[in-house]
Design a protein around this ligand. Sequence first.
Ligand code: SF4
Length: 248
Amino acid sequence: MFGTVAAKKASVKKAAKPAPKKAPKKIVDRSAEILKRLKVLYPVAICELTHENAFQLLAATILSAQCTDVRVNMVTPALFAEFPTAEKLAQANVQRVEELVRSTGFYQTKAKNLIGMASAVMTRFGGEVPREVEDLTTLPGVGRKTANVLRSVVFDLPGLAVDTHVGRLSRRLGLTIEEDPVKVEYELNALFPPQDWGGFSLRLILHGRRVCDAKKPACHSCEFSDICPSSEMPRAQMAKSAGSRSKK
Ligand code: SF4
C-alpha cells in the first residue's frame, strides 16, 4: 500500500527549527513555481515503500538506507509476515532478522537497528511509534530523514525529508547551496508552507528518480528546464520549451 500526503491540519510546533535567514525574492518566487509544477506533474505524492502502518514504514525506511525502495519492498513481506508488530520484532533472533534483510546491504547493522528500534518502541513508547522528531531520532537507525518520512506519510504532520534526491535537486534547482541535509531541510522549510513540506519532498524524490538522474539528468524532457539554473539545454531550446508551456 502506498502512503499519500493529504492536507495537513496538525500543529507545526515541534516540526523543525526555522531557517536563520530569509531567502532572496528570486529564490522564493522560483520555489513557488517549482512547487506548483511538481503538484501538476505528480498529483499524488506517494511514498514508494510498501507499508500498512507506522511500524512497518519505520522498519522499511531503516532498511532503505543505501538501498533502493524496490529491493526493500522485496524483503519486507517476509519480514512483516514473521514479525508483524514491534512486540514480535523486539523478541526476534538477530540471526533470523539478518537472513531476512541480507539483500538490502549492511544487513548486520540493519538487523540490530530493527530489533533495537522495536525494543525502544515497546519499552519507552508503550508500543506506539512516536510522532515527534525529537523522540523518533532517539530510536536506533532513525535520523531526521526517516523521522520526517514518518511524520509526513503516516501521521499527516509537517516533515520535509532530505534524502539524496531532495538534496541534489534542491541544489540543481538553485534553492540552496548547502550540502548538509539538516541545513538543506531548514532552508527548504523556510521556502514552503508546513503543509507542503512532505508533499514537496515526496514529489522531488519522484522527479529525481524519473527525470533528474544523478549522473544523466534528462533536461531535454524536464518541466523545469526553463527555470533551472543547472539545465543542460541550450538557451534557445529552453525559451521554446517555456513558450510551449505557457500556451498549455
Ligand atoms: S533541468 Fe535538468 S538539472 Fe534541472 S531539474 Fe530538470 S533534469 Fe534536473
